[in-house]
Design a protein around this ligand. Structure first.
Ligand SMILES: Cc1ncc(COP(=O)(O)O)c(C=O)c1O
Length: 448
């Protein structure tokens, strides 16, 4: 046995002993394991035996190898998550939530919902929803696209299953940088390696996607509009350029997460060219029917759909037909659709108005599309968010959305569409005050 308590003669025994130490918390997340040479000497085994043991542990996701940084026990401590912060007395303006008042009331549709009970072994997609969603997807992808539909428990569920049906541990996945927190989490938990692709005002950059493909990514997850957190939407020109870059990589799985779909004020442009072989367009209803509906529709190429369906254990696991029928009843109801359009206008107007209030205080801001505002700061965001806490606000610094370690972020993500006028004006003044208190200068010429 070694000083750390590792024992064993074969690779499996050594790996088993390390797992036992981790289970018993004798080895903590993040702690270093001995080098291959040192452990081989201590245990009196061949170095290749230790290499094989560490490989087994890496493949199981129990340890991570950091090149020269050695081998460490994997640290899966929670990363930042979307939604309200638990246990905070501060006013939370970082939630990323839609406004509960703008989520259609399902009571009438629920009361009118008819339908016989569904039993094991029946088709998992409700035929009515399938017909409606096929038309919806074809509007974006073209009438002739060869596709199949899958219904999942939301977009995050779809992305997780889509990656799992195509990838193995350590595979590379291109993610937008900055990125939606759940996608960062999904890639991390799946044991894949994220490759950051910078996002500018028109979406993923061409050079960024090209570099990621050259590194060998097996999947690309991107947001065609209302990118979270930046609010960027793909321009027609950028989409065409990115499709051209993808032409050489038809089997790289392209996942489009069109999460803001019906609420978006921007046109949908796809990255999926007609010849692309592995793709999925995911549209969740979370933003316009509410996160608790837990439902998304995924259109994909037939092979991907088949493998995705396998992961839903056909015939025994599915998204409740009650939810599917309720979704259909709501999206085919004229009054509900009108209220969804109004909600989309409301988010756009409130965010544009708040960006105007910030500019009046000398804070440079423009509203993109989506629920959030992505505000550029002259100083690190963490210092500004600390100052905002003193003024009673909880805001999200951009660092949480960055992939990998980089410079401190100079961005704040604010969810402000649900503030009334007085609170919005107070927050805008407080952001300016927080920047000043953190040592930042405001744009003098724009001060009212
Ligand atoms: C980019 C993006 N995708 C997906 C989601 C969530 O979708 P779902 O609730 O269907 O998992 C969100 C929610 O904030 C989002 O911002």
């Amino acid at each position: 046995m070694t000083t750390l308590g590792i024992s064993g003669r074969s690779a499996s025994e050594i790996a088993e002993s390390v797992r036992g130490l981790i289970e018993r918390a004798d080895l903590r997340p993040g702690s270093s394991l001995p080098s291959v040479r040192a452990l081989a000497e201590e245990l009196g085994v061949n170095r290749n035996t230790v290499v094989a043991a560490y490989r087994q542990l890496t493949q199981a996701g129990v340890v991570v190898t950091l090149g020269r940084g050695g081998t460490r026990v994997a640290d899966l401590s929670p990363v930042a998550q979307e939604g309200f912060a638990a246990d905070s007395v501060l006013r939370d303006v970082g939630t990323g939530n839609p406004d509960a008042r703008l989520i259609p009331d399902p009571a009438r549709a629920l009361a009118a919902m008819a339908g016989r009970p569904v039993l094991y072994g029946e088709p998992v997609v409700d035929p009515g929803l399938e017909a409606w969603a096929s038309d919806w997807m074809r509007e974006g992808l073209g009438p002739d696209v060869d596709m199949r539909l899958t219904v999942t428990s939301g977009a995050a569920d779809a992305v997780e299953r889509l990656l799992a049906q195509a990838l193995t541990r350590d595979d590379l996945v291109a993610l937008e940088d900055p990125c939606f927190l759940t996608s960062i989490h999904t890639v991390r938990i799946g044991g894949y390696r994220p490759v950051p692709v910078p996002v500018d005002d028109e979406g993923m950059t061409v050079a960024g996607l090209r570099a990621a493909l050259e590194q060998g990514v097996r999947a690309v997850v991107h947001t065609p509009r209302a990118q979270n957190p930046t609010g960027a939407s793909l321009s027609a020109r950028r989409a065409a350029e990115l499709r051209a870059v993808l032409r050489e990589h038809p089997f790289v799985l392209v996942i489009e997460d069109d999460h803001f779909s019906m609420l978006s004020r921007r046109p949908f442009h796809t990255l999926i060219a007609p010849g692309h072989r592995r793709w999925a367009l995911v549209r969740s209803v979370s933003k316009f029917l509410g996160p608790d509906m837990c439902l998304a529709v995924a259109a994909s190429d037939p092979e991907t759909a088949e493998r995705l369906a396998m992961r839903l254990t056909p015939g025994t696991t599915w998204v409740s037909h009650l939810l599917q029928r309720l979704t259909l009843a709501l999206v085919t109801d004229t009054a509900t659709m009108a209220s969804i359009q109004q909600a989309g206008d409301h988010y756009a107007q409130r965010n544009a108005a708040f960006a105007g209030m910030l500019r009046d205080h000398g804070v440079v801001a423009t509203a993109g599309d989506g629920l959030n505002l992505w505000v550029a700061l002259p100083v690190p965001a963490r210092t500004v968010s600390e100052q905002l806490m003193r003024r009673g606000w909880l805001a999200r610094p951009g660092d949480e959305f960055q992939i990998g370690h980089r410079e401190p972020s100079q961005r704040l993500r604010l969810t402000v569409h649900d503030l009334d006028q007085a609170d919005a004006e107070k927050l805008a003044a407080d952001v300016a005050g927080a920047i000043r208190a953190a040592g930042g200068r405001l744009a003098e010429q724009e001060v009212a």
